[in-house]
Design a protein around this ligand. Structure first.
Ligand SMILES: Cc1ncc(COP(=O)(O)O)c(C=O)c1O
Length: 461
């Protein structure tokens, strides 16, 4: 290409103001929120990188599609639009809409897994793990060893460990109802999985007669990484790459809040007739009739259009480049991050940045507070607050202390990213002033959502 600047591949038609606040106002807001960013009012946040899930901007085509939504209870035209978009990409025979990804997981696992089973996955997302464990089964993470080393560069750090997978299957074949691969690997840093890895994992599963599914939330981003990084794919379109990925598996769960480019929705898609019938029965009991599954007709339209848009090359180029652009500035400025940057997020290594804060004082949590205080940025801790509490109530430090900055789709522009970089570099420069936090009140499970903290706000000159 003649010009190297990658621009946002859209014009802005509707704008949503964001509110500037002073450091003093933010100090008061975060104190009122018990020093927990989940408890902030969103309007007190300048740049919201809490999650990329359901937070994206829809296109004019999607909004137009929503006006065409058919709200018939059964057999709505919008369902067939949705089904055909999902089928074109995935090739699966049965497409079951759900209100979001975790509902698809619940329906799948309640029909396929039982107590004593084992479900291997490159890395389970927390709702996937919870749904497996809810059946009394074991959710087993089988990432490649490189996936657990933040500073190490690997083109496909999200890969499943094929050697270990085969061994686990050999030893437990009767107890494995299915194998899953999460693309991209969210809990492992938004890292991609190679086509070769999916192909080989599929071959292993087929040899043992075990179904293999994708957790496909970020299938479009994964397709783009394959195009950029895997030999033999540079001339293929993301659409063709996605089709090939799905051709090696028997089904998928999907949160349409990610690469469905929609604010709500999801689906379960699969080939097995008998399993699909069972899943539809559960769907009717808990989500809705199979042609709407907990969604409005207009949501189905938005997903049908959005899921195709997620595979557009200009969009994917801009999307992955925005994350990489921030990663590059931070790396040049000496901010420790997980390498290489993932598809939807940058992960700052808080242990590397704040070695003076012991893990018992939650350095990643403290860093996320500093980012809010200094620049109005909301991020999320993925460290010992989220994972440290053990089922028996004891504390165990998390393997990593990360702060995730997840990019909503099509929401922020390059100047927002430049601002982010400036704030993060400033926080890095004053890192010695940042102090740890103490939990004063927390629920027994999923404490990060509602725990209250004690924090001595630091003063900078
Ligand atoms: C990899 C992965 N799987 C499943 C889910 C669950 O999707 P939902 O939030 O729509 O229930 C998420 C959500 O963040 C995810 O990242």
């Amino acid at each position: 290409m003649k010009y190297k600047t990658i621009i946002e591949p859209f014009r802005i038609k509707a704008v949503e103001p964001i509110k500037h606040t002073t450091r003093e106002q933010r100090a008061a807001a975060i104190q009122a929120a018990g020093y927990n960013v989940f408890l902030l009012k969103a309007e007190d946040v300048l740049i919201d990188l809490l999650t990329d899930s359901g937070t994206g901007a829809m296109s004019s085509q999607q909004w137009a599609g929503m006006m065409r939504g058919d709200e018939s209870y059964a057999g709505a035209r919008s369902f067939f639009e949705f089904e055909s978009a999902v089928r074109d990409i995935t090739g699966f025979k049965h497409v079951i809409p759900t209100h979001q990804g975790r509902a698809a997981e619940r329906i799948l696992f309640s029909n396929i897994a039982k107590s004593g089973d084992i479900v291997p996955n490159n890395t389970h997302f927390d709702t996937t793990r919870a749904n497996v464990e809810h059946q009394g089964a074991t959710a087993l993470d089988v990432p490649i060893p490189e996936g657990r080393q933040p500073q190490l560069f690997h083109k496909f750090k999200g890969n499943i460990d094929l050697g270990r997978l085969e061994l686990i299957i050999q030893e437990n074949v009767e107890r494995i109802p299915l194998v899953m691969i999460t693309v991209t690997n969210n809990s492992g840093g938004g890292q991609p999985v190679s086509m070769e890895n999916i192909r080989q994992a599929s071959a292993i599963c087929r040899r043992f007669g075990i179904p293999i599914f994708l957790d496909a939330c970020r299938f479009a981003e994964n397709s783009w990484f394959i195009k950029l990084r895997e030999e033999g794919y540079s001339d293929k379109t993301p659409f063709e790459i996605a089709q090939e990925m799905f051709s090696y598996v028997d089904g998928c769960t999907m949160s349409a809040k990610k690469d469905g480019m929609s604010n709500i929705g999801g689906f379960l898609a699969l080939n097995d007739d008998a399993l699909s019938q069972k899943c539809k029965n559960t769907l009717i009991m808990t989500e809705g009739f199979p042609t709407y599954g907990g969604l409005a007709g207009y949501d189905l339209e938005a997903i049908a259009i959005g899921i195709r848009e997620s595979l557009e090359e200009d969009y994917l180029r801009y999307r992955i480049r925005s994350v990489e652009y921030l990663g590059k500035i931070l790396t040049n400025e000496g901010v420790p991050i997980v390498h290489p940057p993932g598809g939807h997020a940058i992960y700052i290594d808080a242990l590397g940045m704040l070695p003076h804060i012991p893990q018992s004082q939650y350095p990643a949590w403290a860093l996320s507070l500093a980012l809010y205080l200094e620049g109005g940025i909301r991020s999320v801790e993925i460290g010992s607050v989220m994972f440290g509490r053990q089922p028996d109530g004891s504390e165990k430090p998390s393997a990593m202390e990360l702060v995730r900055l997840a990019f909503p789709r099509r929401v922020y522009t390059q100047s927002h990213v430049d601002y982010l970089a400036e704030v993060i570099c400033y926080v890095n420069a004053i890192r010695h002033d940042i102090r740890g936090v103490e939990i004063v009140q927390a629920p027994a499970v999923l404490r990060h959502f509602s725990a209250q903290f004690r924090y001595n706000i630091f003063f900078t000159s």
